[in-house]
Design a protein around this ligand. Structure first.
Ligand SMILES: [Zn+2]
Ligand SMILES: [Zn+2]
Length: 246
C-alpha cells in the first residue's frame, strides 16, 4: 500500500522564505489526514488546488497558532460557504476541544453560536500510548516545548507505514521514541547552528538521526538562518508543495 505525504506548508511561524505555516497532508489507503494546520493552511491548500472538504482528519501536535490556527478558519468555512457534509475528526493534545473553542472565539467573536451540520469529533490524546483515529494509530509523546501548548511529537501509523513528526521540541528520549524505525521522520529544524530553547537545530538532528533507524528524514519549519544553509546539509529539506511517496 502506498502512502503519500505532501508538505502543503513547510514554514516556521513568521513567514520565513515566503513559506506557509505547518500543514502536512497524508493520504493513506482509506483516509486523508492533515498533520498540523497552521493559520495559513486554507490559503496554502487553495493555492495547491486541494479542496479542504476532502480532509477526513486533522492531527495537531500542539496549540501554537502556526500549528493549529487554521482550524477555526476551516470550521467556519465548512459551516458556511464550503457546505461540508463529510465527517471531520480533529485529534490533538489534552484539553484540545476547550482550547480550540477559545481560539475560535478569539479569532471570530460570536462564532460560538454556529453549530456544524456535519459530524465533528474531537479526540484528545494523552501522551505515551497509542490512540485510534480514523484508520490511523497515533502515538503522541511528550515534547519539550512551551508547556502551555500541551506539546507532543507524533508517531502516525497509516496504511502499513510510519510517519514520525517531531512537532516543535528540543531533542529528548521521548521524541526519539516516535522516530524509531519510521518510514519517514519529519523533523523541525529551526536553526542551523544557533542553540535555541524549545526547538531543534541542525546539530541536534545530525547527532541523533542515525541512531533512530528512520528510513528517510525530511527537515521542515526552517528559520531564515536555516534556509540560508539548506544546501549545506545532506538531509532533504521540505518546500511548499513537496510530495513524497512512501
Ligand atoms: Zn512552530
Ligand atoms: Zn510551537
Amino acid at each position: 500500500m502506498s502512502v503519500t505525504v505532501r508538505f502543503v506548508g513547510s514554514g516556521d511561524s513568521f513567514g520565513s522564505g515566503g513559506r506557509f505555516q505547518t500543514c502536512i497532508l497524508v493520504d493513506g489507503p482509506a483516509s486523508r489526514i492533515c498533520i498540523d494546520f497552521g493559520a495559513s493552511s486554507l490559503i496554502a491548500l487553495a493555492q495547491q488546488g486541494i479542496e479542504h472538504n476532502t480532509i477526513d482528519g486533522i492531527v495537531l501536535s500542539h496549540l501554537h497558532g502556526d500549528h493549529c490556527g487554521g482550524v477555526p478558519f476551516l470550521l467556519i468555512d465548512a459551516m458556511l460557504a464550503a457546505r461540508r457534509a463529510r465527517p471531520l475528526t480533529i485529534a490533538g493534545p489534552p484539553d484540545l476541544e476547550r482550547r480550540m473553542s477559545q481560539i475560535r472565539e478569539a479569532l471570530f467573536p460570536g462564532s460560538h453560536i454556529m453549530t456544524p451540520k456535519f459530524p465533528l469529533a474531537w479526540v484528545e490524546m494523552a501522551p505515551g500510548r497509542p490512540h485510534r483515529v480514523l484508520d490511523c494509530t497515533i502515538t503522541p509523546e511528550r515534547a519539550q516545548h512551551t508547556q502551555e501548548t500541551n506539546p507532543s511529537a507524533l508517531r502516525v501509523e497509516i496504511g502499513g507505514k510510519i510517519v514520525a513528526y517531531t512537532g516543535d521540541t528540543e531533542w529528548t528520549d521521548d521524541v526519539a521514541r516516535i522516530a524509531h524505525g519510521a518510514d519517514l521522520l519529519i523533523a523541525e529544524c529551526y536553526f542551523y547552528d544557533k542553540p535555541v530553547k524549545w526547538h531543534l537545530n541542525y546539530p541536534a538532528i545530525a547527532a541523533h538521526r542515525h541512531a533512530l533507524g528512520a528510513k528517510r528524514v525530511i527537515l521542515t519549519h526552517m528559520s531564515r538562518e536555516m534556509l540560508a544553509h539548506a544546501a549545506d546539509v545532506p538531509e532533504e529539506c521540505a518546500h511548499d508543495g513537496l510530495v513524497v511517496e512512501l
